[in-house]
Ligand binder design. Structure first.
Ligand code: PAF
Length: 281
């Protein structure tokens, strides 16, 4: 595994690999790697000759400076994990390398960023678009891999990839869960033992909501999920929305033809977790 810190070196390396006819799969991350990330790397390996992974805790996507400060940074452990899977290139740039000057670009995501994460984390998706577009320019991958846990992020990345005319296929990969159902997330390692014992209620309530949806309206299902989770003293629901899986418009009626996804954000003390589930009714 080659470890590269400098964007020029990576540009050069990728150019040579592409001239030789290699396809490139790219897995951008903020580190604190877990099995969810490793599954993205597995998909990238299956589809491509070369897999590039980046680790960069991107300051511009944190609307809360506290969240940025406490985001886990364990690059040495991550590097050891990556050595055990097939990762050909690890890109670990510094902040100066990615933002040598203030990047003032604005993006138009249509309606996609007006709901859920976009509504509750002002500026978050602009930060994601800033960094992902910079990384795409450097890595120039054929395919890029993202986890479906960040459901809205994937929709927004698809949108700007098309708008900015990147010739990159965006692949979304299934959520990987712990044995008790909790969606894997780098933030899970920040949970206390007590919090960790309680957070599986989030995914378990989402699973149960699928059953409830068979006899409840959309609004009743939403109210039920929020009530059950909020009854737990460790958990505080920020939002739970059931949306069209493409437009992210709210679903009002189970008979609507669109694919339906229930997306949730929950505060657990100072930690914020997200998850989502498909409804098939
Ligand atoms: O999903 C993440 O980890 C981040 O938002 C990403 C896509 C690596 C951009 O910083």
């Amino acid at each position: 595994m080659k470890i590269i810190e400098n964007r020029k070196d990576l540009l050069e390396e990728v150019k040579i690999l592409k001239v030789k006819g290699n396809s490139i799969g790219f897995v951008p991350t903020m580190g604190a790697l877990h099995d969810g990330h490793l599954s993205l790397i597995h998909y990238a390996n299956k589809d491509n000759d070369i897999t590039v992974v980046s680790i960069f805790v991107n300051p511009t996507q944190f609307n809360d400076q506290n969240d940025y400060a406490k985001y886990p940074r364990i690059t040495e452990d991550d590097t050891e994990k990556l050595k055990k899977v097939k990762c050909d290139i690890l890109f670990t740039p510094s902040e100066k390398e990615m933002y040598p000057a203030e990047d003032k670009r604005e993006f138009d995501f249509g309606k996609l960023d007006k709901v859920m994460e976009g509504a509750h984390r002002p500026g978050h998706f602009r930060g994601v678009a800033l960094i992902v577009s910079k990384l795409f320019e450097i890595v120039n991958p054929d395919k890029a891999y993202f986890g479906e846990k960040d459901f809205q992020q994937v929709a927004i990345i698809r949108h700007f990839t098309k708008r900015l005319k990147f010739n990159i296929e965006i692949i979304s990969c299934p959520i990987i869960r712990e044995s008790d159902g909790l969606a894997m997330s780098s933030r899970n390692m920040l949970l206390s033992q007590e919090q960790r014992a309680n957070v599986s209620l989030i995914s378990n309530t989402l699973f149960d909501a699928r059953e409830k949806a068979k006899s409840m309206t959309v609004q009743e299902t939403k109210d039920w999920v929020i009530r059950i989770i909020n009854e737990n003293p460790f958990l505080d629901v920020e939002y739970f929305e059931i949306v069209d899986d493409t437009s992210l418009d709210p679903i009002n009626n189970w008979n609507q033809k669109a694919g339906k996804v229930g997306c949730i954000a929950v505060h657990v003390g100072t930690i914020r977790l997200i998850d989502n589930i498909r409804f098939y009714s």
